[in-house]
Design a protein. Structure first.
Length: 214
């Protein structure tokens, strides 16, 4: 018995079809393949640009001047005026429930766009220096100190439920009173902007963006 083979090559736009009498046709859509490759390349590029952007951008919160400044390198990009901080001021020795804003260096750890405060940029508080001070003062246990150190070593947000407090961030007003915001420091320890300001800040803030509160 003689088996006859026929391999045909047909061109229809960008589609190449290879046929064989002994089996089903194998369709290779070149256009679809190129689109998939291009999409993957764009996703990789977007992720890289986001990382570079977050790495070059810093947010400086000046609790004395009541400003929040966006920096890229040594260049000031934007300064937001009349921010609000904790109702009892700021501290290097924050405790849970003290309504004070912790001073230190953090990163944006998560972003909640459905917050009661409109948008919430969660910070990686407590930082390692705060944990070191708290351990020395017996405000946290050695196990809690190790957990905080371990989280920072692997680039994660430490526990938000320790005697040092947690859920510190930069957020908007939500449905809050604009007059109160303009006249008082009113937060439980966070940094508050207006809803319009937090919208503008999201042009530069990303997960991983460095934040210094001083």
């Amino acid at each position: 018995m003689v088996l006859q083979h026929r391999i045909s090559e047909e061109y229809d736009g960008d589609q190449v079809k290879y046929g064989n009498d002994d089996g089903p046709d194998c369709m290779l859509n070149i256009r679809q393949i190129l689109q998939n490759v291009l999409l993957c390349a764009l996703l990789v590029l977007a992720a890289y640009v986001s990382q570079v952007h977050a790495g070059n951008t810093r947010i400086i919160v000046d609790t004395e001047a009541e400003t929040l400044t966006v920096m890229q390198g040594s260049t000031v990009i934007k300064t937001f005026q009349d921010i609000a901080i904790g109702r009892y001021g700021k501290t290097y020795f924050k405790r849970q429930g003290d309504n004070k804003t912790p001073l230190g260096k953090y990163r944006v750890g998560w972003i909640n766009r459905e917050s009661r405060y409109y948008i919430f940029l969660g910070l990686t508080y407590p930082d390692q220096p705060a944990a070191d001070r708290a351990l020395q003062d017996d405000r946290i246990s050695a196990a809690q100190w190790r957990d905080i150190r371990r989280a920072h070593n692997v680039g994660k947000t430490p526990s938000q439920n320790t005697p040092l407090g947690g859920y510190i961030g930069i957020h908007g007003l939500g449905q809050g009173d604009m007059v109160v915001h303009q006249q008082y420091n009113w937060t439980n320890g966070c940094v508050a902007l207006t809803n319009t300001q937090i919208d503008q800040l999201l042009q530069w803030a990303r997960i991983g963006t460095a934040v210094e509160i001083r």
